[in-house]
Design a protein around this ligand. Structure first.
Ligand code: C2E
Ligand code: CA
Ligand code: CA
Ligand code: CA
Length: 275
């Protein structure tokens, strides 16, 4: 009985210790990975729902770890924030994305995710504009995605920084809309161009009348304020059609295309799409 007890204890410990050990290994690896170019942009198409055509691509970070394989941003974005390398990661992704998309046969916009901590950095506009100048990518083709939770810490600084970006020609999208704390307050205070309706509403639309009502209300709110609306996480033809009929401006999700590396992403633009 004693032995089995100890065995259990050991089992429990290794279960506990493993994620921690893995996490600290990743933290050590991350900075070098960044410098070696292991963090690379994938691209997911955004579809204009009135034309059925691709209008832009969201840049989604991927870590190609030489031993552990592909690591998703849910794991390493936090590490980048904690280790103070998120700014550098963002600029590297943007630079690569500008170079990649320059090889594509069309010129859509690119949407870049910005972390909460970056909305406290007054150099953000200058840093982004340096990359745009270096690569020849026009500012009006760059959309900046910010999450609402990002804004509550220091709304005034966030407001100034977002205006900096807007004046430089970029557009601003409010990501995960509907899940934050003070959405409507943010809408009134900040220079927002687009609402990205959170996946949780879209995924439950087919069986939840409440979700459909909320989505309808957000689309109406957006349209009355002159804002574009994008539905995230569209996985079925049914929801794509419903959103299109409801007047949603654009959509993104596995139904239209998963995030892909540059060499495959642009090919999506050459395939016929029926809405
Ligand atoms: P997000 O900005 O809300 O991005 C959308 C996420 O939903 C992406 O996950 C995308 O792959 C996934 N997705 C898209 N369509 C569907 C669908 O139809 N079904 C389902 N189940 N999922 C779908 P991903 O790429 O794992 O990124 C997760 C989060 O990590 C992003 O959420 C964003 O908050 C963050 N992230 C990604 N790249 C960056 C980056 O470069 N910088 C920063 N700060 N955050 C990033
Ligand atoms: Ca996003
Ligand atoms: Ca989102
Ligand atoms: Ca998210």
């Amino acid at each position: 009985a004693k032995d089995s007890g100890r065995g259990k204890y050991r089992y429990f410990r290794s279960q506990m210790a493993e994620p921690l050990a893995k996490r600290s290994r990743l933290e050590v690896d991350f900075r070098n990975a960044l410098l070696r170019g292991e963090i690379e942009p994938y691209y997911q198409p955004l579809i204009n729902l009135s034309t059925g055509n691709i209008e832009g691509y969201e840049i989604l970070a991927r870590w190609q770890h030489p031993e552990l394989g592909m690591i998703l941003p849910d794991v390493f974005v936090q590490i980048a924030e904690d280790t103070g390398t998120i700014g550098e990661m963002t600029l590297r992704l943007l630079r690569q994305a500008c170079l990649d998309s320059d090889e594509w046969p069309h010129s859509h916009y690119l949407a870049l995710n910005i972390s909460p901590v970056q909305l406290r950095n007054r150099d953000l506009r200058a840093d982004l504009c340096d990359v745009l100048k270096e690569t020849g990518f026009e500012a009006h083709r760059l959309e900046i995605e910010v999450t609402e939770n990002a804004l509550i810490y220091d709304l005034e600084t966030a407001r100034l920084i977002l205006w900096d970006l807007k004046i430089a020609g970029m557009t601003i999208a409010l990501d995960d809309f509907g899940t934050g704390y003070s959405s409507l307050h943010h809408l009134r205070k900040l220079p927002i161009d687009k609402l990205k309706i959170d996946q949780s509403f879209i995924r439950t639309m087919s069986h939840s009348a409440k979700s459909r009502k909320i989505v309808n209300a957000v689309i109406a709110l957006g349209s009355s304020m002159g804002l574009a609306t994008t539905a995230e996480g569209v996985e079925t033809e049914e929801s794509a059609l419903w959103l299109s009929q409801a007047g949603c401006t654009s959509a993104q999700g596995y139904y239209f295309g998963r995030p892909l590396p540059s060499s495959e992403a642009w090919l999506l633009d050459t395939t016929e799409r029926q809405l």
